[in-house]
Ligand binder design. Structure first.
Ligand SMILES: N[C@@H](CCC(=O)N[C@@H](CS)C(=O)NCC(=O)O)C(=O)O
Length: 217
């Protein structure tokens, strides 16, 4: 117990460790040195649509993270919360312009890239309905090439990390996207040199090897 008499409980992470969005939280915890207990929920494990789980997350998705009774959903927001709570200025800078750069890349993954991956990955690679519609898959692949091309062009001048000279929490979702890009098959993929260099740079980090480049797409 801390000297001031307050109790702190271990962070609880609810979600299967092979989930793209759970992996963001696990990677962030390792970078920040945050201890956690993880419980398997989601596809193949305990269902997310049970009444108890829906109370925690009405969206019926993982991850759910519980910190001292505070229940959180939305992986990117959780990652930012954890970095802020740890007071890690380097991973999540408070200076407004730098912070905006970090957040814009996280939002880019959550919106533009996620849309493209529905067709390219869920439909094209996993053959999941309803995303496996021929037109939707083709559009997703086209969009994904465009998005990864944007990242490549940015990294050429703005790198080596996505928000500049240092690793930040933005590299967590972007790193997982890049890992998925290299694991994606069944489509023609242009070579993006700066993205390849970025993938190797991230691979110096044990937490990326544990939760990102770990053989899972
Ligand atoms: N926007 C949410 C998306 C969460 C999400 O899509 N989670 C997926 C796994 S990556 C899920 O819960 N799938 C259903 C399941 O595993 O049962 C976030 O970033 O946390």
């Amino acid at each position: 117990m801390p000297a001031d008499g307050t109790t702190t409980s271990t962070l609880r992470i609810l979600g299967r460790k092979n989930s793209f969005n759970v992996r963001k939280v696990l990677w962030a915890c390792d970078e920040l040195g945050v201890a956690y207990e993880r419980e398997d929920y989601g596809r193949g494990f305990r269902a997310c649509n049970s009444p108890e789980f829906l109370e925690l997350n009405p969206a019926a998705q993982v991850p759910v993270v519980i910190d001292d009774g505070h229940v959180m959903r939305e992986s990117n927001a959780i990652v930012r919360y954890l970095a802020s709570k740890a007071g890690n200025e380097e991973l999540y800078p408070s200076e407004l312009v730098h912070r905006q750069k970090v957040e814009q890349w996280m939002d880019w993954v959550a919106y533009d890239v996620t849309h493209a991956l529905r067709g390219a990955f869920l439909g094209g690679q996993l053959q999941e309905a309803p995303w496996n519609n021929e037109w939707f898959v083709a559009q997703g692949r086209k969009d994904l090439i465009h998005e990864v091309g944007l990242l490549d062009a940015h990294l050429r001048d703005g790198g080596p990390y996505v928000a500049g000279r240092k690793f930040t929490v933005a590299d967590i979702p972007v790193g997982l996207v890049v890992n998925r890009w290299f694991m994606l098959d069944g489509m023609e993929k242009p070579t993006f040199e700066a993205v390849s260099e970025y993938y190797e740079l991230l691979s110096d980090r044990p937490a990326f090897l544990a939760h990102g480049r770990n053989g899972l797409p």
